[in-house]
Design a protein around this ligand. Structure first.
Ligand SMILES: [Fe+2]
Length: 298
Protein backbone atom coordinates (compact mmCIF):
# COMPACT_ATOMS: atom_id res chain seq x y z
CA UNK A 1 0.00 0.00 0.00
CA UNK A 2 1.09 3.62 0.40
CA UNK A 3 4.53 3.97 2.01
CA UNK A 4 5.30 7.68 1.95
CA UNK A 5 4.68 11.10 0.43
CA UNK A 6 6.99 11.22 -2.56
CA UNK A 7 6.37 14.54 -4.32
CA UNK A 8 3.88 17.39 -4.63
CA UNK A 9 2.94 19.56 -7.61
CA UNK A 10 1.21 22.92 -7.48
CA UNK A 11 0.38 25.56 -10.07
CA UNK A 12 0.75 29.25 -9.45
CA UNK A 13 0.86 32.62 -11.19
CA UNK A 14 3.73 33.38 -8.77
CA UNK A 15 5.95 30.45 -9.84
CA UNK A 16 8.73 32.93 -10.68
CA UNK A 17 8.95 34.06 -7.05
CA UNK A 18 9.72 30.57 -5.80
CA UNK A 19 13.42 30.42 -6.66
CA UNK A 20 14.44 32.99 -4.10
CA UNK A 21 11.88 31.93 -1.48
CA UNK A 22 12.75 28.23 -1.71
CA UNK A 23 16.53 28.59 -1.83
CA UNK A 24 17.26 31.70 0.28
CA UNK A 25 14.64 31.19 3.00
CA UNK A 26 13.97 27.43 3.14
CA UNK A 27 17.33 26.09 1.95
CA UNK A 28 15.88 23.93 -0.82
CA UNK A 29 17.80 23.41 -4.07
CA UNK A 30 16.37 24.73 -7.33
CA UNK A 31 17.04 22.23 -10.13
CA UNK A 32 14.68 23.77 -12.70
CA UNK A 33 15.29 23.27 -16.40
CA UNK A 34 15.28 26.76 -18.01
CA UNK A 35 13.46 25.24 -21.00
CA UNK A 36 10.44 24.43 -18.78
CA UNK A 37 7.84 26.66 -17.10
CA UNK A 38 8.29 24.73 -13.85
CA UNK A 39 10.29 25.42 -10.70
CA UNK A 40 11.58 22.06 -9.45
CA UNK A 41 12.94 21.80 -5.95
CA UNK A 42 15.13 19.20 -4.30
CA UNK A 43 15.51 18.49 -0.59
CA UNK A 44 17.37 15.17 -0.61
CA UNK A 45 18.59 12.55 -3.09
CA UNK A 46 15.24 12.36 -4.91
CA UNK A 47 15.08 13.65 -8.48
CA UNK A 48 12.88 16.50 -7.17
CA UNK A 49 10.26 16.76 -4.42
CA UNK A 50 8.23 19.93 -5.09
CA UNK A 51 7.21 21.25 -8.52
CA UNK A 52 5.66 24.69 -9.01
CA UNK A 53 4.08 24.91 -12.46
CA UNK A 54 3.30 28.29 -13.99
CA UNK A 55 -0.51 28.59 -14.00
CA UNK A 56 -3.41 31.02 -13.92
CA UNK A 57 -4.43 30.25 -10.33
CA UNK A 58 -2.88 28.89 -7.14
CA UNK A 59 -3.89 25.24 -6.95
CA UNK A 60 -2.71 21.91 -5.59
CA UNK A 61 -2.36 19.91 -8.82
CA UNK A 62 -1.13 16.47 -7.70
CA UNK A 63 0.12 14.54 -4.68
CA UNK A 64 2.63 11.77 -5.44
CA UNK A 65 2.74 8.66 -3.22
CA UNK A 66 5.42 5.99 -3.09
CA UNK A 67 3.84 2.53 -2.91
CA UNK A 68 7.16 0.69 -2.47
CA UNK A 69 7.02 -1.87 -5.27
CA UNK A 70 4.79 -3.60 -7.83
CA UNK A 71 2.98 -5.50 -5.04
CA UNK A 72 2.16 -2.20 -3.34
CA UNK A 73 0.98 -0.75 -6.63
CA UNK A 74 -1.27 -3.76 -7.25
CA UNK A 75 -2.65 -3.60 -3.68
CA UNK A 76 -3.68 0.05 -4.08
CA UNK A 77 -5.16 -0.75 -7.49
CA UNK A 78 -7.21 -3.60 -5.96
CA UNK A 79 -8.36 -1.53 -2.96
CA UNK A 80 -9.51 1.29 -5.24
CA UNK A 81 -11.30 -1.14 -7.56
CA UNK A 82 -13.08 -2.82 -4.62
CA UNK A 83 -14.39 0.59 -3.62
CA UNK A 84 -15.46 1.69 -7.08
CA UNK A 85 -12.66 4.22 -7.59
CA UNK A 86 -11.02 4.31 -11.01
CA UNK A 87 -7.23 4.12 -11.20
CA UNK A 88 -6.09 5.80 -14.42
CA UNK A 89 -2.79 5.16 -16.19
CA UNK A 90 -0.85 8.35 -16.75
CA UNK A 91 0.64 9.14 -20.15
CA UNK A 92 4.28 8.10 -20.62
CA UNK A 93 5.31 11.75 -20.85
CA UNK A 94 3.78 12.51 -17.43
CA UNK A 95 5.42 9.43 -15.87
CA UNK A 96 8.77 10.49 -17.30
CA UNK A 97 8.36 14.03 -15.98
CA UNK A 98 7.67 12.62 -12.49
CA UNK A 99 10.75 10.36 -12.80
CA UNK A 100 8.95 7.01 -12.72
CA UNK A 101 8.37 4.21 -15.20
CA UNK A 102 4.72 3.53 -14.32
CA UNK A 103 2.25 6.01 -12.88
CA UNK A 104 -1.35 5.52 -11.79
CA UNK A 105 -3.65 8.29 -10.60
CA UNK A 106 -7.04 8.66 -8.97
CA UNK A 107 -9.13 11.32 -7.27
CA UNK A 108 -10.15 11.34 -3.60
CA UNK A 109 -13.72 12.26 -2.53
CA UNK A 110 -12.72 15.94 -2.39
CA UNK A 111 -11.43 15.83 -5.97
CA UNK A 112 -7.68 16.05 -5.31
CA UNK A 113 -5.50 14.13 -7.76
CA UNK A 114 -3.27 11.47 -6.19
CA UNK A 115 -0.54 9.63 -8.08
CA UNK A 116 1.07 6.30 -7.15
CA UNK A 117 4.44 5.04 -8.26
CA UNK A 118 7.56 3.23 -7.04
CA UNK A 119 11.31 3.13 -7.76
CA UNK A 120 11.38 6.84 -8.49
CA UNK A 121 14.47 8.21 -10.17
CA UNK A 122 17.26 9.50 -7.90
CA UNK A 123 19.26 12.61 -8.69
CA UNK A 124 22.71 11.96 -10.12
CA UNK A 125 24.35 14.64 -7.93
CA UNK A 126 24.27 15.13 -4.14
CA UNK A 127 21.68 17.51 -2.68
CA UNK A 128 23.10 20.98 -2.06
CA UNK A 129 21.53 23.58 0.23
CA UNK A 130 22.99 27.09 0.30
CA UNK A 131 22.17 27.14 4.03
CA UNK A 132 23.36 23.56 4.64
CA UNK A 133 19.88 22.45 5.69
CA UNK A 134 19.48 18.71 6.27
CA UNK A 135 15.89 17.69 5.66
CA UNK A 136 14.42 14.63 7.42
CA UNK A 137 12.92 12.52 4.63
CA UNK A 138 13.95 8.93 3.69
CA UNK A 139 11.38 6.18 4.27
CA UNK A 140 9.08 8.65 6.04
CA UNK A 141 8.71 10.81 2.95
CA UNK A 142 9.04 14.49 2.17
CA UNK A 143 6.96 15.80 5.09
CA UNK A 144 3.23 16.28 5.60
CA UNK A 145 0.29 18.02 3.98
CA UNK A 146 -2.75 19.57 5.62
CA UNK A 147 -5.71 19.80 3.27
CA UNK A 148 -8.97 21.69 3.61
CA UNK A 149 -11.86 19.58 2.35
CA UNK A 150 -15.63 20.06 2.22
CA UNK A 151 -16.39 16.74 4.00
CA UNK A 152 -13.66 15.61 6.38
CA UNK A 153 -15.35 12.34 7.33
CA UNK A 154 -15.67 11.22 3.69
CA UNK A 155 -12.02 11.94 2.92
CA UNK A 156 -10.65 10.45 6.15
CA UNK A 157 -12.79 7.32 5.65
CA UNK A 158 -11.29 7.02 2.17
CA UNK A 159 -7.69 7.27 3.38
CA UNK A 160 -8.19 5.02 6.42
CA UNK A 161 -10.60 2.39 5.08
CA UNK A 162 -9.50 2.21 1.43
CA UNK A 163 -5.83 3.25 1.43
CA UNK A 164 -4.81 1.85 4.83
CA UNK A 165 -3.79 5.07 6.59
CA UNK A 166 -3.98 5.05 10.41
CA UNK A 167 -5.71 7.66 12.52
CA UNK A 168 -3.07 9.36 14.71
CA UNK A 169 -5.29 11.80 16.57
CA UNK A 170 -7.71 14.72 16.30
CA UNK A 171 -7.16 18.26 17.50
CA UNK A 172 -10.31 20.18 18.29
CA UNK A 173 -9.64 23.86 18.98
CA UNK A 174 -12.37 25.75 17.19
CA UNK A 175 -12.14 23.66 14.01
CA UNK A 176 -11.39 19.94 14.12
CA UNK A 177 -8.22 18.67 12.44
CA UNK A 178 -7.75 14.93 11.78
CA UNK A 179 -4.18 13.58 11.59
CA UNK A 180 -3.29 10.32 9.79
CA UNK A 181 -0.08 8.37 9.22
CA UNK A 182 1.12 5.85 6.64
CA UNK A 183 4.62 5.35 8.13
CA UNK A 184 6.17 6.28 11.52
CA UNK A 185 6.00 10.04 10.82
CA UNK A 186 3.22 11.23 13.18
CA UNK A 187 1.15 12.38 10.25
CA UNK A 188 1.70 12.56 6.53
CA UNK A 189 -1.82 13.81 5.86
CA UNK A 190 -4.16 15.92 7.97
CA UNK A 191 -7.61 17.22 7.11
CA UNK A 192 -9.82 20.04 8.22
CA UNK A 193 -13.34 20.74 7.04
CA UNK A 194 -14.16 23.91 5.11
CA UNK A 195 -17.66 23.50 3.64
CA UNK A 196 -17.83 24.24 -0.09
CA UNK A 197 -14.07 24.66 -0.42
CA UNK A 198 -10.95 22.65 -0.90
CA UNK A 199 -7.28 23.52 -0.90
CA UNK A 200 -3.93 23.03 0.74
CA UNK A 201 -3.43 24.79 4.05
CA UNK A 202 0.23 23.89 4.46
CA UNK A 203 3.09 21.58 3.62
CA UNK A 204 5.51 20.66 6.41
CA UNK A 205 9.23 20.25 5.80
CA UNK A 206 11.21 18.74 8.69
CA UNK A 207 14.86 19.43 9.42
CA UNK A 208 17.31 17.67 11.73
CA UNK A 209 17.88 20.49 14.22
CA UNK A 210 15.90 23.15 16.05
CA UNK A 211 18.79 25.54 15.34
CA UNK A 212 18.15 25.02 11.61
CA UNK A 213 14.52 26.03 12.27
CA UNK A 214 15.65 29.12 14.21
CA UNK A 215 18.08 30.16 11.49
CA UNK A 216 15.37 29.83 8.82
CA UNK A 217 13.00 31.80 11.09
CA UNK A 218 15.60 34.57 11.31
CA UNK A 219 16.02 34.58 7.51
CA UNK A 220 12.25 34.76 6.96
CA UNK A 221 11.88 37.63 9.44
CA UNK A 222 14.85 39.52 7.97
CA UNK A 223 13.39 39.17 4.47
CA UNK A 224 9.98 40.33 5.81
CA UNK A 225 8.33 37.19 4.48
CA UNK A 226 4.65 37.02 5.54
CA UNK A 227 4.66 34.96 8.73
CA UNK A 228 1.45 32.98 9.18
CA UNK A 229 2.38 31.67 12.63
CA UNK A 230 5.30 32.48 14.89
CA UNK A 231 7.66 29.85 16.26
CA UNK A 232 5.81 27.36 18.45
CA UNK A 233 5.37 23.70 19.36
CA UNK A 234 2.48 21.35 18.68
CA UNK A 235 1.28 18.98 21.43
CA UNK A 236 0.39 16.03 19.18
CA UNK A 237 3.36 15.62 16.81
CA UNK A 238 5.67 17.59 19.16
CA UNK A 239 7.03 19.56 16.18
CA UNK A 240 8.79 22.86 16.91
CA UNK A 241 8.03 25.00 13.87
CA UNK A 242 6.99 28.26 12.28
CA UNK A 243 4.64 28.87 9.36
CA UNK A 244 5.60 31.16 6.50
CA UNK A 245 3.21 32.08 3.66
CA UNK A 246 4.58 30.98 0.29
CA UNK A 247 4.31 33.12 -2.87
CA UNK A 248 1.40 30.82 -3.84
CA UNK A 249 -0.92 31.46 -0.89
CA UNK A 250 -0.42 28.30 1.15
CA UNK A 251 2.01 27.93 4.00
CA UNK A 252 5.22 26.07 4.62
CA UNK A 253 5.55 24.72 8.14
CA UNK A 254 9.28 24.52 8.75
CA UNK A 255 10.02 22.35 11.74
CA UNK A 256 12.13 19.93 13.70
CA UNK A 257 11.72 17.20 16.30
CA UNK A 258 8.55 15.51 15.03
CA UNK A 259 7.31 12.50 17.00
CA UNK A 260 7.35 9.03 15.45
CA UNK A 261 4.52 6.52 15.82
CA UNK A 262 4.99 2.86 16.77
CA UNK A 263 3.76 1.02 13.68
CA UNK A 264 3.53 -2.29 15.64
CA UNK A 265 1.21 -0.95 18.34
CA UNK A 266 -2.51 -0.54 17.72
CA UNK A 267 -2.72 2.69 19.71
CA UNK A 268 -6.15 4.32 19.93
CA UNK A 269 -6.29 7.72 18.25
CA UNK A 270 -5.53 10.55 20.66
CA UNK A 271 -7.51 13.73 21.20
CA UNK A 272 -6.12 17.19 21.87
CA UNK A 273 -7.92 20.42 22.69
CA UNK A 274 -5.17 22.84 21.70
CA UNK A 275 -3.05 23.17 18.57
CA UNK A 276 0.08 24.46 20.32
CA UNK A 277 1.85 24.09 23.66
CA UNK A 278 3.41 27.53 23.18
CA UNK A 279 3.81 30.06 20.37
CA UNK A 280 2.31 29.68 16.88
CA UNK A 281 0.75 33.14 17.19
CA UNK A 282 -1.06 34.46 14.09
CA UNK A 283 -0.15 37.89 12.65
CA UNK A 284 -2.02 41.00 13.82
CA UNK A 285 -3.02 41.78 10.23
CA UNK A 286 -4.60 38.88 8.30
CA UNK A 287 -2.47 37.65 5.40
CA UNK A 288 -3.59 37.70 1.79
CA UNK A 289 -6.02 34.87 0.89
CA UNK A 290 -4.62 31.35 0.96
CA UNK A 291 -4.80 28.47 -1.51
CA UNK A 292 -8.49 27.72 -1.21
CA UNK A 293 -10.83 27.11 -4.10
CA UNK A 294 -14.60 27.21 -4.00
CA UNK A 295 -16.18 24.06 -5.37
CA UNK A 296 -19.71 23.48 -6.48
CA UNK A 297 -21.77 21.23 -4.20
CA UNK A 298 -22.09 17.66 -5.46
FE1 LIG B 1 1.66 20.76 10.12
Amino acid sequence: MIKSLSYVGISSPSAGAWHQFATDILGLQDVSDPAEDVVRLRMDDAFWRIAVHAGATNALEYIGWDVGDQLGFDAVCLALGDNGVDLHTAEAQVADERGVSALGWFRDPAGFRHEISFSRRKADKPFQSVHEVNFVTGDNGLGHLVLMVPDMQAVSDFFINVLGFRHSDDVEAGARIRFMHCNPRHHTLALTQVPGHRGMHHMMLETDSVDTVGLAYDRALAAKEPMAMTLGRHPNDMMTSFYVRTPSGFEIEFGSGGRLMDMQAAEPAGHFSQTSIWGHRPPEEPLFPGMLERISPT
